[in-house]
Write a protein that binds this ligand. Sequence first.
Ligand code: AMP
Length: 284
Amino acid sequence: MKILRTIAEVRAAVRAARAEGETVGLVPTMGAFHEGHLSLMRAAREQHDLVVVSLFVNPTQFAANEDLSTYPRDEGRDSALAEGEGVDILFAPTPSEIYPDGFATTIHVAGITEVLDGASRGAHHFDGVATVVTKLFGIVTPDVAYFGQKDAQQVLVVRRVVRDLDLDVRIEACPIVRELDGLAMSSRNVYLDADARVQASALNRSLDAAEAVFASGKSDGESIRAAADRVLADASIDVEYLELRDAETLQPVDAVERDALLLVAARVGAARLIDNHLLRGVAS
Ligand code: AMP
């Protein structure tokens, strides 16, 4: 596996692969790899000749009060894990390689960026995501880019950018990888102390409880949310949002008719955690 720092080196490597007729898969990440990241790398490895993983803690998607400076970083560990998955190129640029002096362009997606994480983290968050992902697509020109369904809103934002800007890349969303107790894996789980770690498992349990209510035949949002709310309240979780939304548009829905997402965000100990479950609608 090659570790590349510059855009020029990545372009040269991709050009050489293309000359051999190879296909290219990209996995954008911020590092601190866990099984969720590795599952994306495996999916890319199965489907492509050249697998590129980007490792870049993107400053523009963090608010001033967020954890940019403390975000877990361990490139040595990450590069060993990526190599173990058969990744060909780890693209680990410096911030100035991605945002040189004079950088002045922002990709802003209207609408779906203004709710949920966009509302709680601020509009800059998805502007930062959309801009860096668009740059990565321009640099790597992948056939397919892999994202985790854990960040469901991010997947929808990226799909919107690709559609609206006619980018020639297919977006593949991969299932959420979980710890044994159901907690969605996240680089931020390292912020949880022992008590918070136990408490955090209530997020997925709350979504399970809601799903059970839905499976029992109740498709109204009130019953579904109430089931999740009870579990979160029992675990004394400080909920930021718990919302039932259309799985395509992220518009609020009163009942599951088309596919819907039940999404939760919460502060648990020192971490801000998110999770979601897809509830399959009969009309989808
Ligand atoms: P991050 O490094 O947190 O920006 O994540 C990089 C990619 O991995 C994103 O597409 C995430 O959605 C995805 N990802 C993070 N956690 C998980 C998980 N538990 N399961 C599946 N994908 C994940």
